[in-house]
Ligand binder design. Structure first.
Ligand code: BGC
Length: 351
């Protein structure tokens, strides 16, 4: 069924589940709570279909977790150090929800909103357009912003996520989706054998608060070099101050010096056992590669699987973390009259 009821939040808001695509190719499931992706089914090299994102059994499980499973993240994805920034000479204090930082938009981020459906079609190109309005002062951020996110499926193998935002006052924005992938399907315990390629010459070292130091370090001769494919697990246990700081990979890669107009190749991941391949293309300049280091077995999947450390990986396309405090980074400022736009494509295949 293309649309069905998914439950009701404690505030009495109804949540629906939308299905995009059919069994001839990629099929994605999205709920209006957090605009979260709760399933992506794709075939492996033998045509066997499986869900390739971490997913929870029910709305109650989504409401209870803080791992951002599949969710839309805003209004500022990733961290803002010290949960504060200055814009046009005014200091703003934000919701602190992690080590004194503002992570993923603060305590009540967009992942906890019930998004309004603007438009839904299941043929010829399946699409779901969602809207969220975040008022002036929400989580401490200035400006009322309207954010539209459109999920669409094309070619039977590509899920595109397009973001549009406008603000009524100067503010900062940064959006992403926080799907955790496991291309082996729900039954594989972790993603350490997945081979990753990332189109970046540089990554961003972080300090003890997990905030970028400002340096853009060459990946050459480090365990962060994914310019040629490497298994995630091949170097994750190496003695390295950056891997130790994050308990694995949890770093922003520099894809480009600024946002691009059309999506460009960012990363490719291949699961050698089943042959599934994921290619990520984006207009965004940054990519957070996160290897599920904080998954600790508390969350259980729809089939009872235990989501332990490295059960999934995320490739979060975004502007650079802490941009509002780092003038050398591409700007995340959005002013009235401007339109923020970005697009990311997750393209699935086999090899
Ligand atoms: C962050 C991680 C964090 C995870 C879940 C990722 O985007 O980089 O540090 O644990 O989101 O909140």
């Amino acid at each position: 069924m293309p649309v069905r009821s998914y439950g009701v939040t404690p505030d009495g808001a109804t949540v629906d589940l939308y299905t995009l695509g059919d069994e001839s190719g990629l099929r994605a499931h999205v709920i209006t709570y957090g605009g979260a992706i709760v399933g992506i089914e794709t075939p492996d090299r033998n045509g066997v279909r499986a869900n390739v994102v971490l997913a929870l059994p029910s709305l109650a499980d989504y409401l209870a977790q803080d791992a951002y499973l599949g969710a839309l993240v805003g209004r500022f994805a990733n961290r803002i150090g010290g949960a504060s920034f200055a814009l046009d000479g005014v200091d703003y204090r934000l919701s602190r929800n992690e080590n004194g930082n503002c992570l993923h938009g603060g305590r009540v981020g967009f992942n906890k909103a019930v998004w309004r459906v603007l438009d839904y079609a299941d043929a010829p190109e399946p699409r779901l357009a969602l809207r969220h309005f975040s008022p002036d002062g929400d989580q401490g951020f200035p400006g009322g912003i309207t954010v539209d996110v459109t999920y669409s499926v094309s070619g039977g193998n590509t899920l595109r996520i397009a973001y549009h935002a406008e603000s009524d006052r100067p503010t900062v924005v940064n959006f992403t989706n926080h799907a955790y992938f496991n291309l082996g399907g729900a039954t594989t315990a972790n993603i350490l054998d997945h081979e990753v390629t990332i189109a970046a010459e540089r990554f961003m070292p972080i300090d003890a608060r997990l905030i970028p130091t400002g340096e853009m370090r060459a990946v050459a001769n480090t365990p962060f070099d994914f310019r040629a494919p490497h298994a995630i697990g091949a170097r994750i246990g190496e003695k390295d101050e950056q891997l130790a700081a994050a308990l694995g990979y949890d770093h922003n890669y520099v894809l480009a010096g600024s946002a691009r107009v059309e999506p460009q190749f960012a990363a490719r991941v291949r699961a050698p056992g089943c042959g599934r391949v994921l290619e990520v293309r984006t207009t965004e300049p940054g990519l957070q590669f996160y290897t599920g280091n904080h998954l600790d077995g508390t969350l259980r999947g729809s089939n009872g699987e235990i989501y332990g450390k490295h059960a999934g990986f995320a490739l979060e396309t975004q502007h650079f973390p802490d941009s509002p405090n780092q003038p050398a980074f591409p700007s995340t400022v959005l002013r009235p009259g401007e339109r923020f736009r970005s697009a990311t494509e997750y393209c699935f295949g086999v090899d």
